[in-house]
Design a protein around this ligand. Structure first.
Ligand SMILES: [Mg+2]
Length: 231
């Protein structure tokens, strides 16, 4: 039975914290809202870009109507800024990632994304990292402030792609923070926590991921654990 493996990007496939992506927020706050804000002091791991746009604006006292009215414009600015400034990211691919993706694909599974990144930013990062060819569908950060809301979006996209219903128990969500694990568990997918981002191994164990890995560096072992969750 083929399984849908949904991967987070930052801290899971790539080393967390792409500087250009962070800068794109500061660019949007200034260009769209006229405010000199940044993501400094905002913990970004496991969050969505929608939340990350809104939260500093809320903290600065801007009301919700003003925030949401200009959100599409902010997304456009962020996407354009990132696509314009992003450099080669191949050195950011975490150890073992390619081998794990190759192994899942060779076993006939469907690979997708479950990321808080805006979709155009997600695909740009993967292109610059040489990984875009692995992934066919996803749930992305423009869909919601709340990460768990992206799970049904990704399942629906996979259903559309394959022409068959993809129930949550045939999906495995792979991410680097307890928020990733909670997102999968709240919708009934299996979950893998990998401690290559800001969260500790202990916090992923506490979040009760089905599999917890320090990294994908031992790619044979990691692949075996991931395939062990296949439907
Ligand atoms: Mg992450």
């Amino acid at each position: 039975m083929e399984t849908l493996y949904l991967f987070d990007i930052d801290g899971t496939l790539l080393r967390a914290g792409t500087a250009v992506h962070r800068e794109s927020f500061a660019h949007a706050y200034r260009a769209v809202y006229g405010l000199p804000l940044s993501l400094d002091g905002i913990p970004a791991g496991g969050r969505t870009d929608t939340w990350l746009v809104a939260e500093p604006l809320r903290r600065s006292g801007l009301d919700d109507d003003a925030i949401w009215e200009k959100m599409p414009e902010a997304f456009t600015e962020m996407q354009a800024y990132t696509e314009q400034h992003l450099g080669d990211l191949r050195h950011c691919v975490l150890p073992g990632v390619r081998d794990v993706l190759d192994g899942l694909r060779a076993d006939g599974h469907v690979l997708g994304l479950l990321t808080g990144n805006l979709s155009r930013i997600a695909w740009a990062k993967l292109r610059h990292a040489g990984l875009s060819g692995y992934f066919q569908v996803g749930g992305f950060g423009e869909e919601s402030e709340v990460r768990s809301h992206l799970v049904p979006v990704a399942l629906a996209a996979a259903t559309h792609l394959t022409g068959r219903p993809v129930p949550p128990e045939h999906a495995v969500l792979v991410g680097d923070t307890p928020l990733d694990v909670e997102a999968g568990k709240s919708h009934g997918t299996k979950t893998v926590g990998v401690a290559t981002g800001p969260a500790t191994l202990e916090s992923l164990i506490e979040a009760r991921a089905d599999v917890v890995l320090e990294s994908f560096e031992d790619s044979r072992r990691a692949l075996g654990e991931l395939l062990g969750l296949a439907a």
